[in-house]
Design a protein around this ligand. Structure first.
Ligand SMILES: Cc1cc2nc3c(=O)[nH]c(=O)nc-3n(C[C@H](O)[C@H](O)[C@H](O)COP(=O)(O)OP(=O)(O)OC[C@H]3O[C@@H](n4cnc5c(N)ncnc54)[C@H](O)[C@@H]3O)c2cc1C
Length: 395
């Protein structure tokens, strides 16, 4: 029986585990190891911050959803992968594997910028549930005691959507409460232009964001790196100082330390078109953990986002490739990677699509409409249902 070890219990890890068990059944022993016992639907964290969702609305218990499928769950963080002996190590145990799928997401590298982050610094964050809960409290404080808000992304970020979403959602909510004039909103970004999103823009995204920000009086500063954050002030590399009462700044992304030695200098794992490690044939990496080279050099370095949609596709391709390997079949031909994303804008939403994800492209669009907001709500409900029931074979 082939031993499959999956690192991470989120979009990529759960999809890979369900798919491997589905196609291999009794021929595979599938073990998921994760440092979090919850599956959190991360795309809803901005709604949690705004008070539009509760934790229990967007969280599933990983052990409960894996058990009925005959998948073992280990609630422990991996500390090391030894590719020479094919073992994953945790603080207490070792897990030998025939195939390893890594989907450990990003390491949020606050330490690269002095004063950044909610734990040791002065800024908020929307990238994990516990941080988002704190951000939500600080947002409610802004409503009681208004002051300037800065939202955005530092250098080396590779997920820009949530910051745009929060800027729009806070704007819409403040207008609803008739107090927008009391809270100046500044969008600060490492992107070379608004709407770049780490992928060289999607359709008319540059003009789209410029127009939407102008209409909503959201000021922006582009192509900037952050030097330091002190209480109530962000200092940029060019010396500009930005005062804030609330700052939600996405930190630089890296690979998580346990798997970073298998990766490039930032710890992201190099893979082929089937998400197999370029050196170690039994190791696959999907989602945020894998490496994609940026489409173009930018004055301030930014990373390519790997969205939930992309991550699920990667995990399915990796699982199908492992299945083919075990059965002695030729590997599936890898699909072109597309991106589809729905960005909430508070009182409306935008649908963004790029196919393939990096230019030159066959299709590249950004469209706004209330229909996109309903699609976003539908995506949340559908994806949580799909994960709860292990229906990874559905789109
Ligand atoms: C606020 C926000 C909004 C987003 N909005 C959208 C959206 O609208 N649409 C969309 O498609 N995508 C969206 N995304 C992106 C999407 O959430 C990610 O693409 C997806 O979560 C990536 O999945 P992953 O499995 O690669 O990693 P993650 O979801 O980051 O999961 C990593 C997993 O690995 C575990 N882990 C980490 N270190 C270890 C270790 N050492 N040992 C064991 N386990 C470990 C973690 O506990 C976690 O379970 C959003 C992301 C965020 C943060």
């Amino acid at each position: 029986m082939a031993r499959m070890v999956i690192l991470g219990g989120s979009f990529g890890g759960l999809t890979a585990a369900f798919e491997l068990k589905r196609v291999l059944g009794r021929d595979a022993e599938v073990t998921v190891i994760s440092g979090d016992k919850r599956f959190i639907f991360l795309p809803s964290l901005p709604w949690l911050i705004m008070g539009w969702r509760r934790q229990e609305d967007i969280t599933l218990n990983v052990a409960d959803i894996l058990r009925p499928k005959g998948i073992q769950f280990i609630y422990e963080a991996a500390t090391q992968v030894d590719p020479e002996t094919s073992k994953v190590k945790t603080a207490t145990r070792e897990f030998p594997y025939d195939y390893l799928v890594i989907s450990t997401g990003p390491y949020l590298s606050f330490d690269e910028i002095p004063g950044l982050g909610p734990d040791k610094g002065y800024t908020d964050c929307t990238f994990d549930l516990d941080h988002a809960v704190i951000t939500g409290k600080n947002w409610r404080r802004i409503i009681e005691e208004p002051g300037p808000v800065v939202i955005g992304s530092s250098q080396m970020v590779s997920c820009f959507g949530p910051s745009y979403e929060l800027a729009f959602e806070m704007d819409a909510e403040l207008r609803r409460m008739k107090m927008r004039h009391k809270v100046p909103i500044l969008y600060l970004t490492s992107e070379p232009y608004l709407g770049h999103m780490g992928v060289g823009g999607l359709g008319n995204s540059k003009r789209f964001f410029e127009d939407e920000f102008a209409e909503r009086d959201i000021k922006s500063i582009i192509s900037q790196a952050i030097e330091e954050v002190t209480p109530g002030e962000i200092r940029l590399r060019d010396g500009t100082r930005l005062p804030f009462k609330l700052a939600m700044i996405a930190p630089p992304f890296k690979g998580v330390p346990a798997v970073a030695p298998l990766g490039n200098p930032r710890g992201f794992i190099p893979v082929d078109r089937n998400y197999r490690h370029t050196k170690y044939k039994g190791i696959f990496a999907v989602g945020v953990a894998m490496a994609i080279a940026p489409p173009e050099p930018t004055p301030v370095p930014v990373g390519v986002p790997k969205t939930g949609f992309m991550t699920v596709k990667m995990a399915k391709t990796a699982a199908a490739t492992i299945f083919a390997d075990i059965k002695g079949l030729s590997p599936p031909s890898a699909e072109e990677l597309n991106v589809m994303c729905i960005m909430d804008m508070g009182n409306t939403a935008a649908f963004m699509k790029a196919s393939p994800v990096l230019p030159p492209r066959q299709e590249s669009i950004t469209k706004k409409g209330i229909w996109a907001k309903w699609m976003k709500v539908g995506f949340e409900k559908y994806f949580l249902w799909k994960m709860k029931h292990g229906m990874s074979n559905l789109p």
